[in-house]
Design a protein around this ligand. Sequence first.
Ligand code: CA
Length: 691
Amino acid sequence: MIFKNTFFSLMLIIFITLSCAVDEDRKLADESNTSEWLAYGRTHSEQRFSPLQDIDTTTVKNLRVDWYLDLPNDVALVSTPLVIDGILYFTGTMNRVRAVNATNGKLVWEFDPEVAKYIGTDRKPGWTQSRGISYYKGKIFTATWEGRLIALDAKTGEPLWSVLTIDPDKKMSITGAPKAFAGKVLIGNGGSEAAPNRGYVTAYDAETGKLAWRFYIVPGNPADGFESEAMKMAAETWTGEWWKYGGGGNAWHGFTYDEELHTLYIGTGNGGPWNPKVRSEGGGDNLFLSSIVALNPDNGSYKWHYQTTPGDAWDYNSNMDIVLATIKIKGKDTKVIMHAPKNGFFYVINRETGKLISAKPFVETTWASEIDVITGKPKINPNARYDSGSVYITPSPHGAHSWHAMSFNPQTGLAYIPTIHDAAIFDASKINVNDWKVNPGKGGIAVGLSDPDSLPRPYKGSLQAWNPVTQTLAWIVPHQEVWNAGTLTTAGGLVFQGTASGMFHAYNAYHGDMLWTFDAGLGISAPPITYKIKGRQYIALLVGWGGAFAGVGNKALGWDYNRQTRRLLVFSLDGKANVPSQPPPYFVTPIVDMSFKIDDNLASRGRDLYWQCFNCHGAHVIAKGMAPDLRASPIALSEEAFSLIVRNGAKVNMGMPAYKELTDNDLKALMHFIRKIANESETVSSVKGSM
Ligand code: CA
């Protein structure tokens, strides 16, 4: 009897827990809720479509700033805010989370996870900010750069539990939003290039933080036994001794929960290293690299997968958004996934079966001519995997589309893709594939990369409206710069997008005409959101240039890491706030020190070392706004100061990691390289000035 009662109570508890989880997920999937923005992509569908229509194609011209919040201690801002019950939540630089009143910006609470303290001198790849947070049953979930997943009380910001999701000895990091669903919260990680890493995702109990399950993306050493049948199956698509190189596959973005089908989809990363001849010497598709993998949310078991890039050789990960919709395919309502990964093809996949419906290129794709709909596999072009000499490949490893959010409007039937038109030259002729050694501290890609003389388009970025049914381009707006922010679309017939050049635009969602523009005075990297409280529709946007590859390009954008004010801007049709104007675009004057005698050998070694610096300090030592411009930095002229910051981590609290493995000679080499470039930039600007 006692047994029976205990059993009954236990069943009751399980039933209540499950039905609460179901209720919460139904709420998170409710497309009609317009007063809130509950999940990363607004709802579980990740469509970033709002049924709000007060701001529409005719009224949008009256859109003004309603309130704003200056964030003077932030640098890069890339995240999607959430709005729950009148409170707006967002994460900023160094993973600080803030909760503010969604109608006036008044601070409710702030949580600082003290990332610098936890990271110490243990350098991590990745960046100092996250793309978002997650909400579930009264809790906000946030993940930190160095690998913690933390649950906060949404009302007070008090930490409720915290778990370390990454082995501290591994060169992995987190930049993605956790995904909460069905009583659990999932987190991935990045670092496929940083070291011999084996990617995985982990789900924890949302209430307690107890580990629920872990799914590895690539198989480990068969001698250690496989964790699951799925890993055994995956291992059949690998050759050689792949586990020595880690394999990669890290899932750092793109997690979608399908509430209708109770299925979790994860977008997986590229191979580590990139060169498949090193990674898997006898060839093979290398599952589950560059795939969408459907999992059972309860235990993480495998359901199906679709691999977008078999045998990846180009960093074509499939970490991009996985957007759910029901659309008419051949006249029949079909539950689909829409996915525009780096490889440049737009995929429509049946999410009940995992079968490919269609895939067409949304940019020029020189690596593959087409995707065979029957086999689901790409027709890869000759020498695309750089078997015989160098090859021009588009999309470049930056991808045709990266982490900047895509949105889908069920009324226009169009997906809005922040698109990149870029190419790269791959050349493995200098790589000894038989003797390529993985560097345990640094990883690597095992192929040479360079910029080509020509690019696929006269513009490097664009906003593209794509029809997933006909697989055709509906309209395109070219952008001069590469990295433009994610999109929002509404029932008001609008698409919103911020650009690298600091403009926040509203377009007609049907035709692409620009209807409204706001000059934010600083590059925009975060996607906008919308919500309605007390009869007023708001559009909110974080302004703070940054995120992976915001440092690419050989030209300064005018954004300075401590000059323009980082801001949360919130607009409405009744907005009356006067936002202080930003200082104008700023371009540094490099310091030219004639007394500094440049040693060309050291400078050349410094050039090789600089690849670890460009993501923040900018390609070609031209800062793009996330960190100081080293050409104009007096620190780079003082051996003592340079060593304190670069090797000893004196500015870890600002997000500058400690490169403790650098020798005195390495530091010198970097200084010589910086001086060489500073002198050259001076020459370039004076030559330009005289023309
Ligand atoms: Ca990658």
